[in-house]
Design a protein around this ligand. Structure first.
Ligand SMILES: Nc1ncnc2c1ncn2[C@@H]1O[C@H](COP(=O)(O)OP(=O)(O)OP(=O)(O)O)[C@@H](O)[C@H]1O
Length: 277
């Protein structure tokens, strides 16, 4: 049983309370939830927009006319079936791929090429095995990198592990190093492509808390791909469901933080997302 299926079981049982406890506002098919978005403190985030974005690979159209406005500092979860185009959407933001047509706009400017203000984290931490922990974090080797890397490691709770090799770290610790590596470059937009998918439930919960705290402190705009609807409902200001190349659901979540996945209001939002997926 996957965690998402586990969430489904819990959420299915909470259906009786769902209609009474949904306090999210919902807009269908790409409509923007930007107007009421909460911006995390810190103010370093960058706004992001998709304007009529299409992406095709050969004759397969993966993204169809995506229009989206994400205000600076918002935490957005992207949910959808496997192969639905979630990673493709993220690659367009990084500049690793270009749209077939349309524009990706960051901080009001249409993008082209690799975006230095955007950082992407994957499910596997992708650390260099021949570099120590601090060497992995300070990979740019720009002036002052060692202090910046040490600060970032402290931020993710890994002070004292600077000289360790990646091989001796647990999966959760490797993800923390990967997060610290992203933080040193002070990203305006942080993209998380299922970064918690391979972690056990307890480590996953710790990483949720850490991610939320760091997002609140730094204020970067965050997009999280997840298959776990409970994770989306717990962490995000807003959830997008990507289906058949369109945004099928754009749901704002206006619940106080920190949230607990077993809270009936959170669970009912998870159920709502799951119905769309
Ligand atoms: N470089 C590529 N060349 C050809 N097809 C591609 C390429 N990248 C992605 N695709 C196709 O685009 C579709 C969407 O893939 P994508 O990885 O974006 O989905 P996803 O929603 O992230 O899936 P998952 O949840 O399984 O990671 C898939 O059919 C995939 O095969």
């Amino acid at each position: 049983m996957t965690l998402a299926e586990g969430a489904f079981g819990r959420l299915a049982n909470s259906r009786s309370v769902s209609e009474r406890t949904v306090i999210a506002s919902e807009k269908e098919s790409g409509a923007s939830a930007a107007a009421n978005a909460r911006v995390a403190p810190g103010g370093e985030g960058l706004s992001l927009a998709f304007r009529a974005v299409r992406k095709s690979f050969g004759d397969r159209q993966v993204l169809k006319d995506i229009d989206l406005e994400i205000p600076a500092g918002q935490f957005v979860a992207i949910v959808g079936r496997s192969g639905g185009g979630k990673t493709t959407l993220m690659r367009l933001i990084t500049g690793l791929d270009a749209p077939t047509s349309g524009e990706v706009v960051i901080d009001g400017k249409p993008t082209s090429g690799l975006q230095k203000s955007v950082r992407l984290l994957f499910q596997d931490a992708r650390l260099l095995p021949w570099e120590t922990v601090i060497g992995n974090v300070g990979i740019s080797r720009e002036q002052g990198w060692r202090e910046d890397a040490a600060d970032a490691l402290a931020d993710v709770g890994l002070s004292g592990r600077e000289k360790d090799w990646p091989a001796v770290l647990s999966g959760g610790q490797r993800q923390r190093v990967s997060l610290a590596r992203a933080l040193v470059s002070r990203p305006g937009i942080l993209l998380l492509d299922e970064p918690f998918g391979a972690l056990d439930a307890l480590t996953r919960a710790e990483m949720h808390q850490l991610t939320e705290r760091i997002w609140q402190e730094h204020g970067f705009t965050t997009l999280l791909i997840t298959h776990d609807v409970a994770e989306a409902a717990t962490l995000a200001d807003r959830v997008l469901v990507l289906r058949d190349g369109h945004i099928a659901l754009d749901l704002e979540i206006d619940l106080p933080r920190p949230r607990r996945s077993y809270d009936p209001a959170v669970a009912s939002i998870g159920a709502k997302i799951l119905r769309e997926v």
